[in-house]
Design a protein around this ligand. Structure first.
Ligand code: NDP
Length: 445
């Protein structure tokens, strides 16, 4: 890291103790910014770095609710409104027992640069709760969402802060959250949440967008080496929204996706993942990996080791942060992997990312590779503002156009700063420049 950035980082670590994931995310961006500050001292002079690391607003609240047995349950809710230089705060809500302020801040910080990279008018934010929806009935999830929104509603709005889904928050949760927002405010304000069902204000392609976008980004990276996904073996981790539609798009482009995973283990299906079965098990039955294996003779469940042990040409981590370690990166390299693209946020540890890059692997960081989700959320906001519903084809074309734009912006910026092929540097610098210029223009606010 450039020595001029070290004191700023040290201050961030001192002011935010114990928030490891947040520290990791800041360090990763700072590692890329040395050449930018050398070329443009105005950012340091205006305190842009210190300001960009400090959220504009952080809201932490109690979420009380009653479970099916009549017991009172208490969870903690978060919304970190990180940076609104480019537009209303935009970023998902995560419901997972591991959620605490450090996770929400890491995700919110990443979101600033990701949203900037899309070229769309959206700021960065993130939220969630340590609520665990797994094993909860629909009625319990509804009561939790209603209680969560009973506090959150006063902080959000279509021009202020527009949450969406993330881990543990899909169409069902967005429905309950929107229902409570509408009830409390007496406003049918479609643009206040994205990821809505198409039947009541959502956008076609939003469900598929993150996974599709990750694969489209991968295809662009492969094209720089004259390759395509057609005929390649792909491993995917996760079995949720991002993983499912990454598998769908990879298969559509002629690849064979041979794995998926959840917190119970990973599944290897050498015949290629049966997408309809996966969706039935995960989206309809809300089952586990073992339920897929029970219905699919070509598949086996592995409960030790790592999904990255499976030899593949392309790896798409789509589950959660720090799920691909340096040891995994070395295994992937040994097995001849060509490209790794992050469908999840920060799934590769910094050492893993460096090892892959050094090994000549095309590496697409999450803030670029998974930006298709938030970009399509911005398209949903556009449709809401004009009370329109675009066709699937039109929306998918827009998504493809946006992913090509993000890829090219990262590639060109990396080249301009003397690190061709380094998508991490390209994404960090291109995202930073757009936000930093807006912050300079808006003054010290
Ligand atoms: P889902 O909740 O739909 O799916 C998450 C999947 O990952 C599940 O299969 C889950 O398994 C698994 N998983 C989650 N946490 C862990 C863990 N600690 N250990 C092992 N497995 C885990 O989430 P999404 O698909 O929406 O999100 C996945 C990733 O993509 C996240 O990093 C998210 O931030 C990122 N992302 C999502 C976007 C979106 O549009 N949804 C947009 C951009 C990024 P189990 O059910 O067993 O917990």
């Amino acid at each position: 890291m450039d020595t001029s950035l070290t004191p700023v980082l040290e201050e961030v670590l001192r002011r935010n103790p114990g928030e490891q994931e947040f520290h990791q995310a800041v360090r990763e961006v700072f590692d890329s910014l040395g050449p930018v500050l050398a070329k443009h001292p105005q950012y340091a002079d205006a305190g842009v770095l210190e300001r960009i690391c400090e959220p504009e607003r952080q809201i932490i609240f109690r979420v009380p609710w009653v479970d099916d047995a009549g017991r009172v349950q208490i969870n903690r809710g978060f919304r970190v409104e990180y940076n609104s230089a480019l537009g209303p705060y935009k970023g998902g809500l995560r419901f997972h027992p591991s959620v605490y302020l450090g996770i929400v801040k890491f995700l919110g910080f990443e979101q600033i640069f990701k949203n900037a990279l899309t070229g769309m008018p959206i700021g960065g934010g993130k939220g969630g709760s340590d609520f665990d929806p797994r094993g909860r009935s629909d009625a319990e999830v509804m009561r939790f969402c209603q209680s969560f929104m009973t506090e959150l509603y006063r902080h959000i709005g279509e021009h202020t802060d527009v949450p969406a889904g993330d881990i543990g928050v899909g169409g069902r949760e967005i429905g309950y959250l929107f229902g409570q927002y509408k009830r409390i405010t007496n406003r049918y304000e479609s643009g206040v949440l994205t990821g809505k069902a198409v039947t009541w204000g959502g956008s076609l392609v939003r469900t598929e967008a993150t996974g599709y976008g990750t694969v489209l980004f991968t295809e662009q990276m492969l094209a720089t080496r004259g390759m395509s996904l057609d005929g390649l073996r792909v491993s995917v981790s996760g079995a949720g929204n991002v993983a499912t539609y990454a598998i769908a798009k990879a298969q559509h482009l002629g690849a064979r996706a041979v794995t998926f995973s959840d917190s119970s283990g990973y599944v290897v299906d050498d015949a290629g993942v049966d997408l309809e079965l996966l969706r039935d098990v995960k989206e309809v039955q809300r089952g586990r990996a073992a339920d897929y294996v029970a219905r699919r003779p070509s598949a086996r469940l592995v409960t030790d080791g790592s999904v990255w042990d499976v030899p593949v040409d392309v790896a798409l981590p789509c589950a959660t942060q720090n799920e691909l370690t340096e040891a995994d990166a070395r295994t992937l390299l040994r097995n001849g992997v060509v490209a790794v693209a992050e469908g999840a946020n920060m799934p590769a540890t910094p050492d893993a990312a460096a090892t892959l890059h050094r090994g000549g692997v095309l590496f697409g960081p999450g803030k670029a590779a998974n930006a298709g989700g938030v970009a399509t959320s911005a398209l949903e906001m556009q449709q809401n503002a004009s009370r329109d519903l675009w066709s699937f084809e039109h929306t998918e074309d827009r998504l493809a156009e946006i992913m090509v734009g993000i890829h090219d912006r990262c590639a060109q910026t990396a080249e301009e700063y003397g690190m061709p092929g380094n998508y991490v540097v390209g994404a960090n610098i291109a995202g930073f420049l757009r936000v930093a210029d807006a912050m300079l223009a808006l003054g010290v606010v």
